[in-house]
Write a protein that binds this ligand. Structure first.
Ligand code: NAG
Ligand code: NAG
Ligand code: NAG
Ligand code: NAG
Ligand code: NAG
Ligand code: NAG
Ligand code: NAG
Ligand code: NAG
Ligand code: NAG
Length: 547
């Protein structure tokens, strides 16, 4: 095995004979070898490599499900997570081309006929579709709002005016999935169909991605889908499909399911700058340039931490953001790239327009800081272009060692399950509100003297920390193992109780407030019709009477 490997690494480029079994074999061997050393953290992998108009590799490795050991094939679907953003931008650019009313510079206020979308007038007045596509609003992700069961791609826009900006308008990079939810809805407004239907009609069908689907609409029983797995302190745990479906609701931010075979076609489409297999254009040259021209600068990325000189011998950069794509270079070659990470699924797609090669990887399991995906893409590029790969089958396994120290994986917090909170648990009970996030309920857990938190479709049990009014929240139910030991910090201020959850958004920790009006047990509220909670209760009381 070792000898074979050395032979492969020393041999010349397979560029000249792209598509030959030789090129396939070299890449296939390195994937198999590295997949073996990652078998404790990765369950399934799907890889596609396209060069010079040919697919040189489309293949599955590992299993779809640890219980059944069904093997992954080139047709097995994986969540591509944020690689969906390039579908969102491509669809929108195409719809805009076909609809003379709008351009990428159309103001969001015009589309929604609303002058007060954001907290400040600068963004409300001037933010355009292009600003939304390039993450340059300066508003932190607040990604956990997606747990709100009432959030939809149509109403997410109404949350934006409650979100503080932390970076300057058009002069900062703040990656934001909620904003891609807004873009999803904008496409629906222009195309007058669901985003899923529009993507199928305008992209999947013409490009020939005939088995790709969506987490939001797929029948999980009927499709060839890899089960998502996440790391729970060193053990892999399955992610329920039901969780993935609900979490993907904003769609353009990350709901696409695809296979190596279909993603190879998507990559060909990008290598051909927006042309289809029959050489006709799906989008114009100008639209393609719009999609791939950097509009924003990214100061720090995982590649700047782990993949740049002088820390390691070769630099991978992706310091620009175009529309649904990062832009950068590898070994001096221009590169379009996007990573995708969601609970259970991880992906990476790299397109090298000038080297005429594109590489896609999707996987289930754990790959912190993209170390495996990025190094695999580097090695595949090196083999194809005739470089001696700077990583070999053993360093890819130990990466970032020997060049850099590996990040220490966080360990489960130590807490005493028996510790009692400083106050009576009923003191914490109630409905807590936040304008952007909606309602969160704190109530007694069904067993014992414990508290439980319900926020949308997430659920946590609270364990008191050794600090007054602070708790660890362990996620349970549909969200079990997904949100590990978030901090819940209560503050009692006269009649008001505030609950801060820094893990919901570290750059701007949301605070949920329980005021007297939201105290359900305050019976006098039945007399106060302006109180929403009471209104709902009254509604049910009346409905009961009418039956
Ligand atoms: C699946 O494969 C693993 C590892 O090879 C093995 O331990 C396990 O028994 C297999 N399970 C089934 C259901 O075949
Ligand atoms: C999908 O397209 C491939 C060609 O890339 C073809 O072989 C396959 O039969 C098609 N599948 C369906 C379900 O149409
Ligand atoms: C891989 O590279 C490292 C250093 O770059 C070297 O020490 C090691 O012997 C190589 N291993 C193989 C299997 O080639
Ligand atoms: C409601 O408020 C009262 C007074 O502030 C407090 O004593 C009581 O514990 C609260 N009950 C709940 C369930 O929040
Ligand atoms: C969603 O709406 C229902 C009904 O109005 C409400 O009870 C629930 O608290 C809301 N969820 C969130 C997270 O705000
Ligand atoms: C809790 O913290 C206090 C002060 O920091 C310390 O004295 C005490 O030993 C801690 N108790 C436990 C159980 O950790
Ligand atoms: C609590 O109420 C007192 C008296 O009304 C007031 O002086 C104080 O500022 C309040 N504290 C907070 C944190 O609201
Ligand atoms: C109960 O609600 C009423 C009216 O909403 C309010 O005036 C009163 O202070 C509340 N009582 C308590 C104990 O919070
Ligand atoms: C009714 O509730 C509102 C807040 O929801 C409060 O401002 C008002 O004082 C309450 N009215 C009465 C009569 O308690």
């Amino acid at each position: 095995m070792y000898a074979v490997c050395v032979f492969f690494f020393l041999s010349v480029s397979c560029n000249v004979i792209a598509g030959s079994p030789d090129c396939f074999a070299k890449i296939d061997t390195i994937i198999q070898e590295t997949f073996r050393c990652k078998s404790k953290q990765i369950v399934g992998v799907s890889v596609a490599v396209v060069t010079s108009g040919k697919v040189i590799l489309e293949k599955g490795y590992g299993v779809k499900d640890i219980e059944t050991n069904d093997t992954v094939t080139a047709d097995t679907l994986f969540g591509v997570a944020s690689l969906s953003k390039a579908f969102a931008s491509t669809l929108l650019v195409k719809l805009i081309e076909e609809n003379t009313k709008y351009s990428l510079n159309t103001k969001v206020s015009t589309i929604f006929k609303n002058e007060g979308i954001f907290l400040d007038s600068l963004r409300s007045k001037y933010a355009t579709v292009r600003d939304l596509l390039s993450h340059r609003l300066g508003i932190p992700g607040n990604n956990r709002i997606r747990l709100d069961n009432n959030l939809t791609r149509a109403n997410v826009i109404h949350r934006l005016k409650y979100l503080q900006s932390k970076g300057s308008f058009r002069d900062s990079f703040f990656y934001n999935n909620l904003i891609y939810g807004v873009l999803t809805h904008i496409a629906e407004l222009i195309g007058r169909e669901s985003w899923e239907k529009l993507v199928k009609t305008h992209l999947f069908d013409p490009i020939g991605m005939n088995s790709s689907s969506f987490l939001t609409t797929a029948d999980f029983e009927k499709i060839d889908l890899a089960k998502g797995y996440i790391d729970y302190y060193g053990n892999l745990k399955p992610v329920p499909f039901e969780f993935s479906r609900r979490w993907a609701d904003l769609c353009g931010s990350g709901c696409i399911l695809s296979s190596a075979r279909d993603m190879a076609k998507w990559m060909k489409f990008y290598l051909d700058e927006g042309k289809l297999a029959d050489d006709t254009r799906l989008i114009s040259k100008e639209a393609f340039e719009d999609l791939t021209r950097p509009e924003n600068v990214i100061a720090t990325t995982y590649t700047s931490t782990y993949f740049t000189k002088p820390k390691v011998p070769v630099t991978t950069s992706n310091t620009g953001y175009a529309l649904g794509w990062r832009t950068g270079h590898y070994r001096g070659y221009k590169m379009l790239e996007h990573s995708g990470t969601t609970f259970g699924y991880r992906a990476l797609l790299s397109v090298f327009p000038d080297a005429d090669i594109a590489i896609y990887t999707a996987m289930t399991g754990n790959d912190p800081s993209y170390l495996y995906r990025q190094s695999l893409h580097n090695v595949i590029f090196d083999i194809y272009m005739g470089y001696t790969p700077w990583l070999n089958s053993s360093t890819i396994c130990s990466y970032p060692r020997p060049w850099l120290d590996a990040k220490v994986q966080s360990s489960k917090p130590r807490y005493s399950k028996g510790r009692n909170p400083t106050r009576q648990i009923s003191d914490y009970h109630g409905i807590y509100k936040n304008h952007a996030y909606g309602n969160l309920e704190v109530k007694k857990h069904k067993d014992g003297n414990k508290l439980t938190v319900v926020y949308g479709f997430s659920n946590f049990v609270l364990y008191p920390k050794n600090k007054t009014d602070e708790f660890y929240g362990e996620s349970i139910g549909t969200t079990a193992h997904i949100f590990n030991f978030y901090s819940f910090k209560f503050r009692f201020e006269n009649k008001t109780v505030k609950l801060e959850i820094p893990n919901f958004e570290s750059k701007d920790p949301p605070e949920f407030i329980r005021s007297a009006e939201t105290n359900l047990t305050n019976k006098s509220c039945f007399l106060n019709v302006s109180n929403n909670v009471c209104f709902v209760l009254l509604y049910f009381a009346f409905s009961a009477l009418l039956v």
